[in-house]
Design a protein around this ligand. Structure first.
Ligand code: GDP
Length: 468
């Protein structure tokens, strides 16, 4: 068991350090974020822009012309789904461009970069190759880390206490209360409970709540319908016997931890060198103070995964290995005129600072940014009642009409959104933001046109620039 695991990891660590089979260095870039944060669009745009580098001026190696080639190669992990880059790019660049299908589970893509050496000996050395292995996985899965420290009884108690305050949980709470959980398990009732709880999780996510565990209930992949996903939180049951509903749910909860959560962290998470955490902060701001507060708490939970000292299991499998750089990126910044991007970046930074005290990230370099992987708008200044409004214009996804919006002002001080004073504060971005569902703009690399992204090149420079 454990010893073999650790041995396996140390051998793996060794080969990572030395390079892969052909002695060529690899860099594993993790891309995560909650559902709809923008992971799929980010990876597709990043890879497309690395392969066609005309619009990556802030990526030093690209600007200096040192990247001789960038090409896709078979990935190293034979059992992971491949990130469907070609299909996503085709959707984004079709005659009528559309957004690609979002991340549902983990996937991987290897982009290999051939780089011309720099320095004194540059003229005598051939190009070297760096394999960039991009690993896409749902941020919801990171929330499951906290489950490892919890018993079924603890998790049930905490979850049910949270549900008490939410109308959308009424159906599940009624069912759970009506259940005699010390009675013998009946599979049909177990499934009903799990389905009702999953329906609650879906409603909670749609309402903007992000504290939705177990993470795989929302994104089950090929585990859908298996016993390991067929449980739900239950009120305490005194003296529940071995074959009772309570004991069986407890057993499945433990199986979920051992068979689903731990393997993900051990086989995938622990091998990541660089990480980008994407956050749809604008979406939360639009939904109101409750959603912002929830996002802040959820980000704090997610970030505990990057503070291995807090979790014994994680410390053990990492054996001192660390993520070297973490980028926190607020996505979809093209919904705002650039005059407001500093406010968005400041919010990101404040959220990240609160989520993790400085010592906790020691060893990892962190940065906060506002980005748009795929810019769907252009900027425009419009007169309104004698005032100049900094607007963005894009094509509305449903009607195909072009429209300009001014979604409102973000506060200069992020604490107005995050701090205790936010109660009773105005809702930011309420009026127009909700209808700003733009279709992706046609990718165009024609000279003279602005880059098809916002700060994607800076993000790449921070994440991989030092290795190019
Ligand atoms: P995922 O669930 O994290 O994979 O999220 P996606 O990458 O599928 O993005 C979810 C949705 O957010 C997309 O369908 C788009 O509507 C929107 N989106 C993502 N990135 C951008 C962006 O850079 N600009 C704009 N305007 N919308 C974006």
């Amino acid at each position: 068991g454990d010893i073999a695991d650790r041995l396996g990891r140390s051998v793996e660590g060794l080969t990572d350090a030395v390079g892969d089979r052909f002695g060529e260095p690899t860099l594993r870039l993790g891309v995560t974020g909650l559902s709809r944060a923008g992971k799929t669009v980010f990876i597709t745009a990043l890879v497309a822009n690395l392969m066609d580098r005309g619009r990556m001026t802030q990526l030093a190696a690209a600007a200096d012309g040192r990247i001789e080639a960038a090409f896709l190669q078979p990935q190293p992990d034979d059992t992971l789904p491949r990130f469907d880059f070609e299909r996503h790019l085709a959707t984004l660049t079709a005659d009528t461009p559309a957004w690609p299908e979002s991340t549902r589970a983990i996937s991987e893509l290897r982009l290999s970069l051939r780089i011309r050496p720099t320095g004194l000996l540059a003229g005598f050395q051939g190009a070297r190759t760096l394999h960039l292995d991009i690993v896409d996985y749902p941020g919801e899965w990171l929330l499951d880390l906290a489950l490892l420290d919890k018993s079924f009884a603890d998790w049930s108690r905490e979850t049910l206490a949270r549900l008490e305050h939410r109308d959308i949980a009424a159906d599940y709470l009624a069912r759970a209360a009506a259940e005699d959980s010390s009675a013998e398990l009946e599979e049909v009732r177990a499934r009903d409970l799990a389905e009702s709880y999953t329906a609650y999780l879906e409603a909670a996510r749609n309402a903007g709540f992000s504290d939705c565990t177990p993470g795989r209930f929302l994104l089950p992949g090929d585990l859908a319908g298996s016993p390991v996903l067929t449980f739900a939180p239950l009120p305490p049951a005194e003296g529940a016997g071995r074959r009772s509903l309570w004991r069986e749910f407890e057993r499945r909860f433990e199986a979920y931890k051992a068979r689903v959560v731990k393997p993900f962290f051990r086989d995938h998470f622990a091998r990541i060198d660089r990480q980008v955490v994407l956050v749809d902060a604008l979406g939360a701001i639009h939904k109101g103070p409750g959603a912002v507060e929830d996002l802040r708490r959820t980000m704090a939970d997610i970030l505990t995964a990057f503070r291995p000292g807090r979790n014994a299991f994680l410390s053990q499998i990492l054996m001192g290995k660390r993520v070297e750089k973490i980028l926190f990126a607020a996505t979809k910044a093209d919904h705002l005129h650039h005059l407001q991007h500093p406010q968005l970046a400041a919010l990101m930074k404040a959220m990240m600072r609160e989520a993790a005290d400085r010592a906790a990230f020691a060893g990892a370099e962190t940065r906060a940014m506002a980005i748009a992987a795929l810019r769907a708008t252009v900027e425009e200044t419009r007169q309104h009642h004698g005032e100049e409004l900094p607007c963005v214009r894009g094509t509305l996804a449903d009607s195909g009409r072009s429209a300009a919006f001014y979604p409102g002002d973000l506060p200069q001080d992020p604490q107005r959104l995050l701090g205790p004073a936010r109660d009773g504060a105005e809702r930011w971005l309420d009026a127009d933001y909700g209808i700003m569902t733009f279709a992706p703009a046609k990718l165009s690399l024609r000279p003279g046109e602005g880059p098809p992204h916002i700060r994607l090149d800076r993000a790449a420079q921070f994440l991989i620039g030092d290795r190019l």
